[in-house]
Design a protein around this ligand. Structure first.
Ligand code: HEM
Length: 238
């Protein structure tokens, strides 16, 4: 907690800068998801022309890049702050490693964004999703072990508070909902390639309408979960 950063002659605790960045990330995530949710309506609207729907899909991609990026940066920022509290399963140079791995992950997400609408983007997004297949069980396992044993498995320290372990575990579950939403976007990407090649058919339109209906339910659960995580982070009540 005692690291300071000199900004415009002011010595600001690094932890406060991390906390500020943490809140900015959450704002881009929650706000961005709302934007994607609304832009998606036109994507699935079969009454609109292909050009109008492609414009809506481009808008979805352009909004989604922010929540898609913000989510991964919550990990190094969160674990760095948690390490400052002595509550983190990831400590010292391993926190630095998480920062470095997150940079690599961000480059993958940007590469998929640049190739959006192409088969290459689907390949890159599949790699991004597969990374989540590793991160999700790791978060749920480590957080779960901390909650059940009351101990930090990597340091042997006994937990004095449980809010961080709860956040780590809960974040794993929230990322599962995120994956379900990402599968919806992948179905649309493939749907558009077919719309372009085959034109509008009832079968292709069903890809859009069915996935949108499902995505709406995921989105509502997602927002409540993200809001709850924020409440746990602010109150640190347990
Ligand atoms: C859905 C994801 C998340 C949301 C919405 C969220 C939200 C928040 C909020 C609003 C705060 C309070 C900030 C303040 O009091 O100024 C906070 C604090 C904190 N969060 Fe998160 N967070 C999320 C994920 C995470 C993750 C994954 C970690 C750890 C890996 C984490 C670790 C922390 C820590 C250590 C604090 C305490 C900072 C402090 O008050 O000094 N958060 N979080």
């Amino acid at each position: 907690m005692d690291t300071y950063v000199a900004i415009l002659g002011l010595d600001i605790p690094l932890h406060d800068i991390l906390r500020w960045f943490h809140i900015i990330l959450v704002a881009y995530w929650l706000g961005g998801e709302w934007g994607v949710f609304n832009a998606a309506t036109n994507v699935a609207d079969g009454a609109l022309s292909l050009d109008e729907r492609l414009r809506a899909m481009e808008l979805v991609y352009r909004i989604d890049i922010m929540p898609r990026s913000a989510i991964i940066w919550l990990l190094p920022v969160g674990f760095h702050m948690a390490d400052n509290y002595g509550l983190s399963p990831i400590t010292g140079q391993y926190v630095t490693l998480v920062w470095v791995l997150t940079v690599a992950w961000q480059l993958l997400i940007l590469a998929a964004f640049r190739a959006r609408g192409t088969p290459r983007a689907i390949k890159l997004t599949d790699i991004d999703n597969k990374l989540r297949y590793v991160v999700i069980p790791a978060l749920i396992l480590v957080g779960g072990v901390m909650l059940v044993t009351g101990e930090i498995p990597t340091t042997g320290e006994l937990l004095t508070q449980y809010w961080l372990a709860t956040k780590v575990t809960f974040f794993g579950f929230i990322l599962i909902i995120g994956l379900l939403l990402r599968h919806t976007m992948k179905a649309w990407a493939i749907g558009f390639m077919r719309l372009r090649d085959e034109g509008s058919t009832p079968e292709i339109e069903e890809i859009f309408t069915k996935t949108l209906a499902r995505a709406r339910i995921y989105a509502y659960v997602y927002w409540v979960c993200i809001g709850t995580m924020a409440f746990i982070g602010v109150t640190k009540a347990f």
